[in-house]
Ligand binder design. Structure first.
Ligand code: SF4
Length: 275
């Protein structure tokens, strides 16, 4: 079986950095990430074995413990609470996410109604929202943008992993909502690179395998884009591969989300080669 890896796949800069910072802070029972470090259960489990557990709120942290802020970032209240509780805070917020948070904050300070283009339930979007001042809104679709009331000054930022094309469509609708609109395209190139490479590969193979957490937004998006081109399966680990998928297939393409560890990609690649 011919198996081709996408030109860009797997861990992005922000995730690699977050995992390195978490590992550097490992201390069994004392170091925890606030929420899972990335949307990949296998990686979360591996880190737990190395001495970095997961808490869902700071109240679960022991006094004097170390809390690691994951790449999605958090709002200002968490920094205040950590300081009040004298916790050591290791900030692994991806610098690109930080840039979106700071841009949203600056726009709000400048009197803009901040519009965040992104998925409402995504933790990164929630973190940007918390830096965006009163009256901020999250918009996920063109229809939602169209339904917004007009406002004086508007500032627009994006979820870093949002599709570039959809961002353009949504901002086109927003242009009619304000005569004083400031658009900051805070989309990260890692996402664009992975999406473009996946679409290109999907266009020339018989089947695409998209590896990554089922709860990972960027992996799910990659799977949707590939499915528009060819037969596509979204899997978390090599154990999910099914022989029936490979019947009549000659060339297989593989891509993986920005939160998928190398060892899982390698395992899937090697198993596919043997089919
Ligand atoms: S996808 Fe981009 S913004 Fe998100 S963590 Fe990775 S490098 Fe940072």
């Amino acid at each position: 079986m011919e198996v081709i890896l996408a030109e860009y796949l797997g861990f992005c800069y922000g995730v690699k950095r977050a995992i390195r910072l978490a590992r550097d802070s490992a201390s069994p029972g004392r170091a925890s990430t606030l929420g899972p470090i990335i949307h990949n259960p296998q990686m979360v489990e591996r880190l737990a074995q190395e001495g970095v557990s997961t808490v869902s709120e700071l109240a679960e942290m022991p006094d004097g413990g170390t809390v690691i802020i994951r790449s999605h970032g958090v709002g200002p209240a968490i920094y205040r609470e950590a300081e009040e509780r004298h916790l050591t805070l290791v900030d692994a917020t991806c610098p690109h996410v930080k840039k979106a948070q700071l841009a949203a904050h600056a726009l709000a300070e400048d009197g803009c109604t901040v519009v965040i283009v992104g998925e409402k339930k995504h933790p990164e979007v929630k973190s940007i929202y918390e830096w965006s001042g009163e009256g901020a809104v999250i918009v996920e679709t063109e229809a939602e943008a169209e339904a917004l009331p007009s406002c004086g000054k508007m500032g627009v930022v994006a979820q870093t992993t949002f599709s570039g094309a959809e961002f353009e469509q949504i901002t086109a609708k927003l242009l009619s909502k304000s005569n004083d609109i400031h658009i900051i395209r805070t989309i990260c190139t890692a996402t664009d690179q992975r999406q473009k490479a996946a679409i290109e590969l999907a266009g020339r193979v018989d089947m695409m395998l998209v590896i990554g957490g089922k709860n990972s937004a960027n992996t799910t998006r990659l799977a949707e884009l590939c499915a528009e081109q060819t037969t596509t399966h979204h899997l978390e680990t090599a154990s999910e591969l099914q022989d029936a998928w490979f019947a009549d297939k000659k060339i297989i393409g593989i891509t993986a989300g920005a939160s998928t560890p190398d060892w899982i990609i390698r395992e899937v690649y090697q198993k596919c080669q043997k089919k």
